[in-house]
Design a protein around this ligand. Structure first.
Ligand code: NI
Ligand code: MN
Length: 228
């Protein structure tokens, strides 16, 4: 069984009996969670890009827990310089980790440390294989046609898709993404954290379920979905 826990924004954990992965571990100043970075445990940290709301507390958690940060090579090298254990990869590459296979997907977005303009390579998404299940975390991205290729290759059980608009796909494009990816279940993310990305996830759910064969599951921050 894979437990998918939503901390809010784009931060999720994926846990099996043996492993715990944190994706985009932003806790400090995340308006959607009270969890503190010093409270979380994990063995891997998957980071989609360098923006503060995704890289978040990754380095601090990695240094405390000994967990490995996985991201594109530039992001991994930046985190390694801060003293974290890392595994650099790049778009299209996959690697079999102890938890299962991981492949990096493209994402159309930026990836700098905002303010400092230190660029951490290109942003990415992740296809995580865990116990024979496929989970897609799209990262921050606009809609792109190659999502169709991702959907053709992987029988996606759960797609975590941004719907907040302004910085990423809005709900209308996210519905189009669902049509390309054909996941069994889609969970919306990256909305309602700030006023500028305010969305009604129920409208998105209604559109998904009226126009695709996918089910939409709205997770509140702090909720867990158990994928059998
Ligand atoms: Ni971003
Ligand atoms: Mn973001």
């Amino acid at each position: 069984m894979v437990s998918i826990h939503f901390y809010g924004h784009s931060c999720f954990s994926l846990a099996t009996a043996q492993h715990k992965l944190l994706i985009d571990p932003w806790f400090t100043d995340n308006p959607l969670t009270d969890v503190k970075p010093e409270e979380v445990e994990c063995d891997y940290l998957l980071v989609t890009h360098g923006h503060f709301d995704h890289l978040g507390d990754a380095v601090e958690i990695a240094k405390r827990t000994g967990a490995t940060i996985i991201g594109v090579a530039e992001l991994a090298s930046y985190c390694a310089k801060q003293g974290a254990k890392t595994h650099g990869m790049h778009i299209g590459g996959s690697y079999r980790f102890p938890f299962g296979r991981l492949q990096l997907t493209p994402a159309w977005h930026g990836s700098s440390i905002l303010g400092d303009n230190i660029y951490l390579g290109c942003p990415c998404g992740f296809i995580v294989e865990l116990e024979g299940k496929y989970i897609y975390h799209a990262g921050d991205t606009g809609l792109f046609g190659d999502m169709e290729l991702i959907g053709q290759k992987f029988p996606i059980d759960v797609a975590l898709l941004p719907i907040g608009d302004n910085y990423v796909m809005g709900p209308e494009d996210a519905v189009r993404a669902v049509k390309l990816l054909k996941p069994k279940t889609v969970i919306p993310m990256h909305y309602n954290t700030f006023d500028i990305i305010k969305q009604d996830p129920h409208l998105f759910k209604g559109q998904v379920e009226a126009t695709t064969d996918s089910r939409c599951l709205i997770l509140q921050p702090g909720e867990t979905y158990r994928l059998e």
